[in-house]
Design a protein around this ligand. Structure first.
Ligand code: SF4
Length: 335
């Protein structure tokens, strides 16, 4: 069941929502009826990776609860400053798979295009929180380099828009880039990895549906939702708009201590995803990125939680438990 949630907010364009995201921890606390002193919000952590919370996402947090699972995903805390062995700034060594600006080629037959360096929300556990976006934000001229790279490799059948959040880019730019990719005969599929339809559902508007709905490419959109409370009626309606124009909608989650490392919560997440028309796809072990060690769940516990899901849910509602290892040619299934 999708919760009714709080009353609908005034309609707003996604660009307005993006611009008005909360960046001030005191405002965040006040809007959640919390004493700012209760939030362990640390300026040094914010200096490394600023606070950013869009208002539609904020509206789904519980008032007066400093342990709300959505709040904990965005709150810059002192624990991010811990130096933990094994955790680094480029946990997947992506710089070694970055042959031209804006393009990452890690897997056979697929490339990632970093369509936007920006995100609507700053997730504290993000494995690209230290990524060198300055060297990976192509203008149109440099995009031609990435497009030539794809054209010259006949094995590339799928292009994945990534970021940042690729849907933070304008529809004009995305429509142009998609048109260029459609002109490359061997590319058959377009995948978009995004959190924007979750945190600002208004992003799925007519302008986006126009270029995405008319593409010749097989289209899949992979959302990123970690907790059932992230899904409300607006998110479900955005997903329906995507499905109506022929887009397959999947979800990937990260297993996060204190947020979703619990059998009940994971079952509820899969059920809520399905109710909203989204299929669970991956459940990731945390990538060891500096600043996120406090979110780690051990491999043994992850496997036990996954076994619990297999015991309780039909197979199509159980995401694949995977870990990404640097230099490995594919994600590693666990369990
Ligand atoms: S890239 Fe994705 S996970 Fe990382 S901060 Fe942006 S929205 Fe969050």
């Amino acid at each position: 069941m999708i919760p009714q949630g709080i009353p609908a907010r005034q309609p707003c364009t996604w660009q307005d929502e993006l611009a008005s995201a909360i960046r001030d921890p005191v405002e965040l606390a006040v809007r959640l009826d919390l004493d700012p002193a209760v939030l362990d919000c640390t300026p040094d952590a914010m200096a490394q990776f600023p606070l950013r919370v869009p208002r539609p996402y904020l509206a789904r947090m519980r008032r007066g609860d400093a342990a709300d699972p959505l709040l904990l995903q965005v709150l810059p805390t002192a624990r991010e400053l811990d130096q933990v062995p094994g955790y680094g700034s480029d946990p997947l060594r992506e710089h070694a798979a970055n042959p031209v600006p804006g393009l990452i080629h890690k897997y056979h037959g697929r490339v990632l295009l970093l369509a936007s360096p920006a995100c609507a929300i700053h997730c504290r556990y993000c494995f690209r929180r230290h990524f060198d976006y300055a060297a990976n934000t192509p203008g149109r001229q440099q995009w031609h380099q990435a497009l030539a790279y794809i054209r010259n490799d006949p094995s590339i059948a799928e292009v994945i828009y990534s970021g940042g959040d690729p849907l933070a880019a304008s529809d004009t730019m995305l429509a142009w880039l998609t048109g260029q990719i459609e002109a490359i005969p061997q590319v058959r599929r377009l995948r978009i990895h995004t959190r924007l339809p979750v945190v600002i559902p208004a992003r799925i508007d007519q302008a986006l549906l126009h270029w995405l709905g008319s593409s010749r490419l097989g289209r899949t959109l992979v959302l990123h939702i970690n907790h059932a409370n992230e899904i409300d009626r607006e998110v479900a309606a955005a997903v329906q708009r995507l499905r109506d124009c022929g887009v397959t909608v999947l979800n990937q989650s990260v297993l996060l201590a204190g947020i979703n490392d619990c059998g009940e919560r994971l079952v509820e997440l899969s059920e809520r995803l399905f109710s909203a028309g989204i299929l669970p796809y991956y459940l990731h072990l945390l990538d060891p990125v500096a600043g996120a060690a406090h979110f780690a769940v051990t491999r043994e516990r992850a496997i036990a939680l996954h076994q619990g899901l297999l015991a309780r849910l039909p197979g199509y509602l159980v995401p694949r438990l995977v870990q990404e290892l640097q230099g490995h040619p594919h994600k590693l299934p666990l369990g």
